[in-house]
Design a protein around this ligand. Structure first.
Ligand SMILES: Nc1ncnc2c1ncn2[C@@H]1O[C@H](COP(=O)(O)OP(=O)(O)OP(=O)(O)O)[C@@H](O)[C@H]1O
Ligand SMILES: [Mg+2]
Length: 229
């Protein structure tokens, strides 16, 4: 899962791009995306993309839309039928609600690896910090059940020579002092090609020299390595 309660940090976009890359040549894994967000970003996008492409165009991943409350009933079966399952959820935490009563906990209890996008210049990091604090409580519960949740942060929408990104890197280091998590080496840059990604066509081509594709290749390779553990 790509998760962060902060909005607009790239959760849905990166879920889509990762699912497409894993489900297309050369990997061709069986990939499911479960859309748990009330906005149904990916589910709706797929409906639009379906109309834009010829009917027999292969879809690199299957999209399921569920209410968070129905998720638990279906996850077992989906997990059996696919190599990899990505979950897109609204990360928003409710104040004054216990950890296990939070909606997102239902999904996080079944997540093996959580990737947290950090974006520079996006207000302060309080929301991300609160989210990490919440995640570490989930991690403790999972640890008791011998079901480890692995958590990785990474920088999204990175811009070279940006002061805001220098500050973000310092902030991440500061947060890691109290809420430890690993950080991916690859920073995902801000590319228009990414912004325009659809749910059918992969940007991922290992042979391409285009800098956006090279950057995403590096990202997806690190994601795969991380998931494999
Ligand atoms: N690396 C990137 N390069 C270019 N555009 C990006 C990048 N990451 C995210 N975006 C763009 O930023 C916007 C917000 O991304 P997205 O909708 O994926 O965020 P989100 O975290 O899912 O938000 P929400 O909390 O509303 O669900 C989108 O227009 C997306 O295309
Ligand atoms: Mg989203």
């Amino acid at each position: 899962m790509f998760g962060n309660q902060k909005g607009g940090v790239g959760k849905s976009l990166l879920t889509t791009m990762t699912a497409t890359a894993l489900g297309s040549d050369p990997l061709n894994l069986r990939v499911a995306v479960i859309d748990l967000d009330k906005q149904a970003t990916i589910y709706n996008l797929r409906q639009i993309d379906k109309r834009a492409y010829p009917q027999d165009t292969p879809e690199p991943f299957t999209v399921f839309k569920f209410k968070v409350t129905d998720f638990q009933k279906s996850i077992g079966e989906i997990d059996q039928s696919f190599d990899i399952v990505l979950i897109d959820a609204a990360g928003k935490l409710d104040d004054d609600t216990d950890v296990m009563q939070q909606e997102i906990s239902r999904a996080l209890m079944f997540t093996d690896v959580l990737f947290i996008p950090f974006v520079a210049g996006f207000g302060n990091l309080t929301a991300t910090y609160d989210y990490l604090n919440f995640v570490s409580q989930i991690k403790e519960i999972r640890q008791l059940q011998q079901r480890k949740l692995r958590v990785y942060g990474f920088i999204n929408q990175y811009r070279n020579r940006s002061r805001a990104n220098d500050f973000l890197i310092q902030d991440i280091e500061a947060i890691r002092q109290t809420e430890p998590f690993d950080v991916l080496n690859c920073k995902l840059h801000d590319f228009t090609t990414y912004k325009d990604a659809d749910t059918i066509t992969s940007l991922y081509n290992p042979l391409s020299n285009d800098s956006a594709k090279a950057n995403f290749s590096e990202f997806i390779n690190e994601i795969i390595k991380t998931i494999k553990g």
